[in-house]
Design a binder for this molecule. Structure first.
Ligand SMILES: NC(=O)c1ccc[n+]([C@@H]2O[C@H](COP(=O)([O-])OP(=O)(O)OC[C@H]3O[C@@H](n4cnc5c(N)ncnc54)[C@H](O)[C@@H]3O)[C@@H](O)[C@H]2O)c1
Length: 336
């Protein structure tokens, strides 16, 4: 299998995870260059002996010895980097979302398609082994005819308000993963989105124009209904659960715990806390998604998750925002 030579743009929380996986856990790759505007991220890259360290993205994107670009910069830089990478003929791995503007996402995806370069979008939760087991059970018919899905996704604590302001809002920032998961599991088109949003966690989030608590009901063409519950703060820790109910059975994914020891006393049984946040809860999925990207490139196979998947989830998030504002169910085709 041919060696894939990579460059990475952005070395913050998620960029560091990708760089470390590529440098230490994935076979058949070589990280040629890493870019970050500040020295903090580059110091991290130095640990892995990345030959080219730069604060200039063009040096990576235009580099003749680089086949693929990993975009892990802040969201507002994704689209421009993806367009430049496509025009330079490089394969692209792009963190979610491609952009916060629907028009810009469509334009970016058109340019990528016209450039004929492969692009994978980082909906990592699809690769989580627990959720993947549910997907296989559905696809194998084990659960019979699917009736309902329930997804619960709650963060341990809200991000700073500065992050909230640039995030695109709860539905675009957090629910987007769940909207993709629901669509992926059900494998049918959403006909209607009905959402409620509340500001219950922190009044500062409300002042910034966002909600911190959301409930979404998705109706699919094949009559499956999905309910998604989101919160920016769960006092007991990162809460990522899923339940799928069908005519022949039910399957659910509970939260993995820090350890499986159980302490018993006069008050009952006490278990460990949940994992802290996405960095540890989804660590394996980040490795598996990057591995999937590399294997697809090596075998010229289609990308397992594409820009189209990102666009679909984004349209549902926008429909959810409109549903809250207008207090009515919204059809995805109303969103332009
Ligand atoms: N898939 C997931 O589970 C997941 C998780 C976290 C973040 N993300 C996405 O990854 C992206 C980065 O998030 P993060 O949490 O790592 O952010 P972060 O703030 O921790 O890191 C961003 C990094 O990019 C650098 N940077 C700033 N401007 C840049 C530019 N123009 N070009 C290149 N680098 C630049 C910063 O110096 C910083 O090192 C966001 O789009 C976010 O939505 C996805």
């Amino acid at each position: 299998l041919k060696k894939i030579r990579l460059g990475i743009l952005g070395l913050g929380r998620i960029g560091k995870i990708h760089l470390e996986n590529l440098s230490t856990r994935i076979q058949g790759v070589e990280v040629i260059g890493a870019m970050n505007p500040s020295s903090k991220g580059l110091d991290f890259a130095r640990r892995f002996n990345v030959p080219l360290l730069t604060s200039n993205a063009d040096e990576i994107i235009q580099h003749q010895g680089i086949d693929a670009i990993v975009i892990a910069a802040p969201t507002d830089a994704h689209a421009d980097y993806a367009i430049a990478a496509a025009k330079a003929g490089k394969a692209i791995f792009c963190e979610k979302p491609v952009d916060l503007s629907l028009a810009k996402v469509r334009q970016t995806l058109e340019i990528i398609a016209a450039s004929n370069v492969p692009m994978m979008l980082a909906f990592n939760q699809r690769l989580d082994p627990n959720f993947a087991a549910v997907k296989s059970a559905i696809d194998s018919g084990k659960l019979g005819t699917l009736h309902t899905i329930h997804i619960i996704s709650r963060d341990p604590a809200p991000p700073p308000v500065s992050y909230i302001k640039a995030s695109g809002g709860l539905f675009m920032d957090m629910s987007i993963h769940d909207l993709d998961m629901a669509s992926y599991l059900v494998n049918s088109d959403v006909t209607e989105v009905y959402a409620k949003g509340f500001n219950l966690v922190d009044p500062e989030i409300g002042k910034a124009g966002d909600i911190d608590t959301g409930i979404l009901i998705l109706t699919f063409k094949n009559n499956v209904t999905a309910i998604i519950q989101n919160s920016r703060k769960a006092i007991y820790g990162y809460d990522q659960r899923l339940e799928v109910f069908g005519s022949d059975g039910m399957m659910k994914v509970e939260n993995p715990l820090k350890n499986t020891a159980v302490f018993y006393d006069g008050d009952g049984a006490h278990m460990s806390r949940h994992l802290d946040f996405f960095m540890d809860r989804y660590a394996e999925s980040y490795l598996l998604e990057m591995n999937a990207f590399i294997r697809a490139l090596q075998s010229n196979a289609p990308m397992p998750i594409t820009g189209k998947d990102g666009l679909r989830a984004m349209i549902l998030a926008i429909a959810a925002n409109q549903s809250v504002m207008e207090n009515r169910p919204v059809k995805p085709e109303e969103i332009n």
